[in-house]
Design a protein. Structure first.
Length: 206
């Protein structure tokens, strides 16, 4: 426990330490750093967070974070709308985009099925994807979820929902090690995993 000389300082540290990966010691260091900076820097930080929270949108087509109703990827006429890469969250979109190798669009689930954490299919963005598949708008779905038990469970659930449609269902090649989170894969490995994707049915046979 810290004996804070100021309630304002204590409140700021308490709020920052609520963020993932930031303990009270790190929060205190960040707050003290901000106090040493010009007030305009702290103002800009605060305003950017408030503006982000109030004005951010989620693309109505893919659920990616966006500044408008339709994100820049979905609205890009050069992207192949018939190829949909299914990912857990926006960090995975950013990781795959950094490879520069994928030219389709995305579908952000907003998480993965995890009974231990109380996350079921109804908590994720499955229905809009199934709706697109039912309308014949998709020719291939690439399941690019982390190589974890939860990721595999989500892949299998999605496969069962999609297998009745005339769609190619593939999964990224296992250049991603078992247990790895997608966002931490290096760009070359991730890019190769996308380009060398394999039919999901092959995974079931293995």
């Amino acid at each position: 426990m810290y004996n804070f000389p100021s309630k304002l300082l204590e409140n700021a540290v308490n709020e920052l330490s609520k963020l993932p990966g930031i303990g009270r010691k790190t929060a205190l260091r960040l707050v003290l750093h901000l106090l040493k900076q010009d007030s305009a820097i702290a103002d800009a930080l605060g305003e950017s967070i408030i503006k982000l929270r109030k004005e951010i949108n989620y693309c109505k087509l893919c659920h990616n974070i966006s500044d408008s109703e339709i994100c820049l990827i979905c609205s890009n006429p050069q992207r192949d709308q018939g190829i949909v890469c299914v990912v857990e969250d926006v960090r995975d979109v950013m990781a795959i985009e950094n490879t520069g190798l994928y030219k389709g669009v995305y579908h952000v689930l907003g998480g993965i099925i995890s009974p231990m954490e109380g996350v079921g299919p109804g908590d994720l963005n499955f229905d809009s994807l199934i709706g697109k598949a039912a309308k014949g708008e998709i020719k291939e779905i690439i399941m690019a979820l982390s190589a974890t038990m939860e990721g595999d469970t989500t892949n299998f659930y999605l496969y069962k929902r999609l297998k009745e449609f005339q769609i190619t269902i593939s999964t990224i090649a296992r250049g991603i090690s078992i247990g790895d989170e997608l966002e931490y894969a290096d760009e070359i490995t991730l890019g190769r995993s996308i380009m060398n994707r394999t039919p999901y049915e092959n995974m079931l046979k293995g």
